[in-house]
Write a protein that binds this ligand. Structure first.
Ligand SMILES: *Cc1c(COP(=O)(O)O)cnc(C)c1O
Length: 391
């Protein structure tokens, strides 16, 4: 009976969580530090809006946490990606390489700036962009045209590669950086899910030319809504700050603006929340990893699903814990999702791949067989940090 294996998986998740009873969300924010005091300080002093000491502090702390020289706080992760793409060199009409298996924001940010997502294959090992498959794809469809790389099939310039670290699991960055260097393409990292993750000991976010983080309510740390751009390049950082603050040129009283800018800066109120949260990053990572380890041990002997472990050589923040159904179970993925959710254990599939969304269905793309397979087989299960105990 098929229901047997589904009942086993539901039981195992429930056991790991200590038979919680009631509803267990996929991912809840946690406020266990100075959030109240710091937000109150904004209200008490009137510094609630677009400038203030918490914005500066938050930017410095985000930069430090990602090993970047510069951080720029913005209103959300999508805005961070948009501006990261612009300062990374993407222009309207360009193509931007990204995995088809990503959250829609990666593609939306690209479309917002008039560029075109170019959808590529995922790796079974990392569930992120597959550098080997991308290398073969570029050999087939790309050509060099002076300084530029052009898609021979569309005639458009290929302007950047955007890896995304699914659930916090790092993409194979050494191979990707080698490939990007070979084609002289910049890497714009979508690190929205991976604050605190590391690849070969190096934090994610600033491994490419520029990266984007999200501090949305469902991410590992939150500012309510928020995002950040991180980079080691001082000129890019300056341009990003300029673009996100209406492109205003410094002047004691004149409103002078030298290009079409954005009002994307993060309010001080949100940054205050972010500062209180950043102080808890290490604790949060310990909790998340403790929960992941319990899931991993509980599913070690399972013949139905495999726990989605961090790739070798890397350290994941385990933003979300994933289970990968064995191929023979894939057909019953939705039945498992229904059973888990009915048991109060909130679970979700991966995202619908971008090439299956109506607005991106006609985008240029590579072979996407592995992405399709991963989408059919991977689900996420309750992952809030407190479920891992109070480290
Ligand atoms: C959350 C997320 C974003 C966007 O962040 P928002 O703050 O929600 O705009 C972008 N990319 C990925 C992969 C994400 O998970």
């Amino acid at each position: 009976m098929s229901a047997d294996w589904i009942a086993r998986v539901v039981q195992t998740v429930s056991d790991v969580l200590g038979s919680p009873g009631g509803f267990v969300p996929l991912h809840e924010p946690e406020f266990r530090g100075d959030e109240w005091a710091m937000v109150k300080d904004c209200l008490d002093t009137g510094w609630v809006s677009s400038v203030g000491k918490y914005v500066d502090q938050f930017e410095a702390e985000v930069a430090a946490a990602t090993g970047a020289a510069h951080g720029i706080a913005v209103v959300n992760g999508t805005a961070a990606l948009e501006v990261a793409l612009i300062v990374g060199g993407v222009r309207p009409g360009d193509e931007v390489i990204m995995p088809t298996l990503t959250f829609v924001a990666t593609a939306n940010a690209t479309a917002h700036i008039g560029a075109v997502p170019h959808l590529v294959e995922s790796s079974a090992k990392t569930v992120g962009l597959d550098p080997k498959a991308l290398g073969a794809h570029l050999d087939k469809i790309a050509k060099r045209n002076g300084e530029e790389v052009v898609n021979r099939e569309t005639g458009r310039r290929i302007a950047a590669i955007v890896p995304m670290h699914t659930f916090g699991h790092p993409v194979d960055m050494d191979a990707l950086i080698a490939l990007a260097d070979h084609w002289t393409l910049p890497i714009v990292e979508d690190a929205a899910e991976s604050l605190g993750s590391a690849y070969n000991g190096k934090p994610l976010g600033a491994l490419g030319r520029v990266g984007a983080l999200s501090f949305n309510g469902n991410k590992i740390l939150t500012t309510g809504g928020g995002g950040a751009i991180v980079t080691n390049d001082a000129d890019l950082a300056k341009r990003a700050k300029h673009l996100t603050t209406t492109a205003k040129t410094p002047h004691p009283y004149l409103f002078n603006h030298d290009e079409v800018g954005y009002n994307y800066r993060l309010p001080n109120l949100n940054a205050a929340l972010g500062c209180a949260q950043m102080a808890q990053l290490e604790t949060r990572l310990k909790q998340k990893r403790a929960l992941a380890q319990r899931y991993q041990e509980a599913f070690a002997e399972s013949t139905d699903v495999d726990f989605l472990a961090e790739p070798e050589g890397s350290r994941s923040n385990y933003w979300l814990n994933g289970l990968k159904l064995r191929p023979e179970r894939a057909e019953e993925r939705d039945a498992l999702l229904v059973a888990l959710n009915e048991a109060g254990l909130m679970s979700r599939p991966l995202w619908t791949p971008m090439h299956r969304l109506p607005m991106y269905a006609d985008c240029p793309r590579a072979e996407l067989a592995m992405a399709e397979e991963l989408e059919a087989r991977i689900i996420s299960i309750p992952s809030s940090a407190h479920l891992g105990g109070f480290a």
